[in-house]
Design a protein around this ligand. Structure first.
Ligand code: ATP
Ligand code: MG
Length: 331
């Protein structure tokens, strides 16, 4: 089994990323060959500051290391260091349909939020994401619910490539957690907690101080009732129950039973306490890891070298199948 996933270095990572993706990355190291990537090329598709991007790559790298990624047990690198991703994205764009890209929910949401340029890169983003994963012939992609459609698209791309040329690429399975796959914004529980485009008050950051976490959870938007249970017309309450179930590694039903008759205040306090305990070890390790940029660079460079060895082999097969470049010499 080969696991691949990427994470954006845009802004600070949040509780949704942590529950939906990062905990799965850490667990993946014990389940198979795990490959993770900080996707800086994806971050350039929306408005950003060049100097800030480099810093954000270090922030995200340090966050993942503090969370438990171990360079001895996984391949961990920066996307732009492995040039094969970009070329493969171009080649795969020839077996991606315009109509499919046009149906991507993420593009519709993100393009609507852009104040200035809606870049072509934002539109073709899912092709680069397909290249990220297909370059490693990964069998599994751990992500949050919002990425399901992009993984379905890369499966289609792989299958279309194999049918059009020759059997070269692997269509990976999506792996979405049963609980916590879509953590919602605390101030606006109709939309997902997000790195970009949401307010600070509705977003619990992985590196938030305990006092800030308590404040945000206490102020989280709920309905006017007092019953601790999940329901379509209680999105805020449903979200808090789901968060508590995820961080305690139990079920939402169990949380509903425990807080039956307790009221919203008690639940909010319990969620705050549990989230603080859950994130504390990461925040404590982060400062130390983040302070050594030379070491972060060394880790990313070593990861890129291992990644390149796999991706370059796939790219040569793809070129060969498509008739691009010279005939591949088999060793
Ligand atoms: P943006 O909203 O700008 O796309 P993001 O918060 O989605 O940023 P990404 O780096 O794109 O951050 O996502 C990293 C991983 O976190 C992906 O696997 C994604 O599915 C997952 N994820 C993102 N938001 C949530 C959420 N609210 N709940 C659960 N998982 C999430
Ligand atoms: Mg995202």
């Amino acid at each position: 089994m080969r696991i691949f996933s990427g994470i954006q270095p845009t802004g600070r990572k949040h509780l949704g990323n942590y529950i939906g993706a990062i905990t799965q990355y850490v667990a993946g190291q014990d389940r198979g060959e795990a490959i993770y990537c900080v996707v800086d090329l994806h971050a350039t598709t929306v408005a950003y500051e060049p100097a800030g991007l480099r810093e954000a790559v270090y922030d995200t790298t340090a966050t993942l290391l503090a969370a438990g990624l171990d360079p001895a047990r996984c391949i961990f690198f920066r996307q732009s260091d492995v040039l094969e991703h970009s070329e493969l994205a171009w080649l795969l764009s020839s077996v991606t349909s315009f109509g499919e890209l046009n149906r991507m929910h993420a593009f519709k949401e993100k393009s609507g939020a852009q104040r200035e340029l809606v870049s072509a890169g934002l539109f073709t983003y899912p092709v680069l994401m397909a290249a990220d994963v297909l370059a490693y012939r990964a069998t599994e992609v751990p992500v949050g619910e919002d990425q399901r459609q992009h993984v379905e698209l890369m499966r289609d791309i792989a299958q279309r490539f194999n049918a059009r040329f020759e059997e070269t690429l692997v269509a990976p399975e999506v792996r979405i957690p049963a609980i916590g796959a879509r953590i919602m914004d605390l101030q606006n529980p109709e939309r997902k907690m997000s790195t970009t485009g949401a307010g600070v008050q509705g977003t619990v950051y992985v590196l938030d101080e305990p006092a800030a976490i308590t404040k945000k959870l206490r102020a989280s938007v709920t309905d006017s009732g007092n019953e601790v249970r999940r329901a379509p017309d209680k999105p805020g309450m449903s979200n808090l129950i789901e968060i508590l179930a995820a961080v305690r590694a139990t079920t939402p039903e169990e949380i509903e039973r425990e807080f039956d008759g307790s009221g919203y205040g008690a639940l909010k306090q319990a969620v705050a306490d549990a989230v603080i305990t859950f994130l504390e070890p990461v925040r404590e390790r982060y400062q130390e890891v983040r302070s050594d940029e030379a070491e972060l660079e060394a880790i990313l460079a070593a990861g890129a070298e291992k990644a390149r060895a796999i991706a370059s082999d796939t790219l040569l097969d793809v070129r060969q199948a498509m008739g691009v470049g010279p005939v591949r010499q088999r060793r």
